[in-house]
Design a protein around this ligand. Structure first.
Ligand SMILES: Cc1cc2nc3c(=O)[nH]c(=O)nc-3n(C[C@H](O)[C@H](O)[C@H](O)COP(=O)(O)OP(=O)(O)OC[C@H]3O[C@@H](n4cnc5c(N)ncnc54)[C@H](O)[C@@H]3O)c2cc1C
Length: 432
């Protein structure tokens, strides 16, 4: 019997343990209140509690810890931002390097947490970024060169198709980049592992099934929950990401929740997998609507892809993913998925994350644009340090110009669909 308060997915079915969270029964005062118990919220709380263990920290979560994108993603642990196009931004070369370094530190910090806290979340290093066509191939060569020469990053190498085949082979891909530092984890177990560590400190509380409906800020912030119980806090951090709804309209305008899909295949015989995978590895391609998949240490194939801009899913999610599997891993589409699920990615117009502060006492982090598994840990660390006056990096994020999605709920979807259809068409044409 699986808990149905999480969406039914591979990670929930293979969850390592349950948490002992708290029950909200009366109004509370705290130093820091965080809305949202995904990786952004849990990490912010954990680092705050490490810096100052006597802080009273309250996390309010509408559903369960890791219920959102953090507990249902593709598990790909990657550096870099989703978009790396700085034209139109005012960052200096030095700042761009610092930001890229931040994303690399994020991958390293996740691994450090896994080791230090002994989190059982199936970390496997090794990532292939695969080129589908000639222009991807050229882009990859330039990217590897940039990583090596500008960022002094030696863990990425360009691979021709035959070199790629030492790790992974597919008729669909022309060449690849291999990155030995990026990789994969079981994201829900990582998130729960951080939360378990947090709850060792009795000054930190997580209230599940506690949605926030509004807040107002004067000297202190008053947070109003669905249970009609209020929390008063000196500081507030909003970590609701794609699920923010109407809580803060100006934050909501900066992101567009887009659905993507993942299937887990647990019954594919090893000899079939051996046709493609030389070892457990993580793969993502360079299409705008990308395919992202990985073979984990138990020979399970976790395959993600597709997008939808409405709440209406394709009639058969598994079948729609299998169209891609047939091209990339031909023959494997005949195996039945153990489960298939969807989740919302919060994308921003420029595909850089939207992180900053409102007044001096409210902070927010959202809009990782499908690339947040690693960065959320580092963003949590940064926000904790900013609140404790130990970090200046927030200004680098606040410097990003983030445009509103036009229309906000009325005409945004049609425009987005139009834009995405254009990119999908580009993907399609580039394959010809
Ligand atoms: C299907 C899918 C695949 C992905 N694959 C990858 C990948 O392979 N690699 C990668 O780097 N990134 C991936 N991502 C993106 C990554 O998962 C996210 O960027 C990251 O998890 C965001 O974490 P978060 O804590 O900011 O948000 P979430 O994990 O979404 O957490 C937000 C939380 O806020 C809660 N909440 C919202 N509103 C309220 C409210 N009013 N009151 C109380 N609580 C509230 C929600 O219930 C939710 O639990 C993927 C995302 C999806 C959906």
């Amino acid at each position: 019997m699986y808990l149905m308060d999480y969406s039914d997915n591979y990670y929930v079915r293979t969850k390592a343990f349950n948490l002992n969270t708290n029950k909200l029964s009366e109004s509370l005062q705290c130093d820091v209140c965080i809305i949202g118990a995904g990786l952004s919220g849990i990490s912010s709380a954990l680092y705050l509690s490490k810096i100052n263990p006597s802080l009273n920290i309250v996390i309010l979560e509408k559903n369960k810890v890791g219920w959102g994108a953090s507990g249902r993603n593709g598990g790909q642990l990657l550096h870099s931002f989703s978009g790396e196009n700085y034209s139109g931004q005012k960052h200096t070369q030095e700042e761009i390097k610092t930001l890229w370094q931040f994303t690399l530190e994020a991958v390293r910090e996740v691994k450090k947490n896994i080791k230090d806290l002994n989190i059982q979340c199936d970390l496997i290093e090794g990532y292939i970024q695969a080129a589908v066509n000639k222009s991807h191939d050229e882009e990859l060569k330039k990217y590897v060169d940039q990583l090596q020469t500008e960022y002094n990053y030696e863990s990425a190498t360009y691979l021709s198709k035959s070199q790629m085949e030492q790790y992974f082979e597919s008729p669909y891909y022309k060449s690849a980049m291999y990155d030995s530092e990026c990789g994969q984890i079981h994201p829900l177990n990582y998130c729960l592992g951080l939360a378990k560590e947090l709850l060792k400190n009795k000054n930190c509380k997580i209230f599940e099934d506690t949605g926030v409906i509004s807040y107002n800020s004067q000297n202190k912030v008053t947070i109003n929950t669905e249970k009609n119980i209020n929390i008063k806090a000196d500081k507030l951090i909003i970590c609701c990401n794609a699920y923010i709804g109407d809580l803060n309209k100006s934050l909501r305008r900066k992101i567009m929740p887009v659905k993507t899909y993942v299937s887990a295949f647990t019954q594919i015989p090893k000899k079939e997998l051996d046709k493609y995978f030389r070892k457990p590895i993580t793969v993502g391609d360079m299409l705008f609507v990308l395919n992202y998949f990985r073979l984990d240490s138990n020979n399970n194939l976790i395959f993600g892809g597709g997008v939808s801009y409405s709440n209406i899913d394709p009639i058969n999610l598994e079948l729609s993913l299998k169209k891609s599997i047939r091209k990339i891993l031909p023959g494997l589409e005949k195996f039945k998925a153990w489960c298939t699920w969807s989740g919302h990615v919060a994308i921003t117009v420029n595909r850089f994350p939207h992180i900053g502060s409102i007044d001096n006492n409210i902070f927010f982090a959202q809009g990782y644009s499908g690339h947040g598994l690693a960065i959320t840990t580092m963003v949590g660390k940064m926000l904790a340090e900013v609140i404790s006056n130990q970090n200046n990096n927030l200004s680098l994020f606040e410097k990003f110009k983030h445009k509103n999605f036009p229309g906000f709920g009325i005409i945004d979807k049609p425009l987005l669909v139009l834009a995405m259809s254009y990119f999908k068409l580009k993907d399609h044409l580039s394959l010809k």
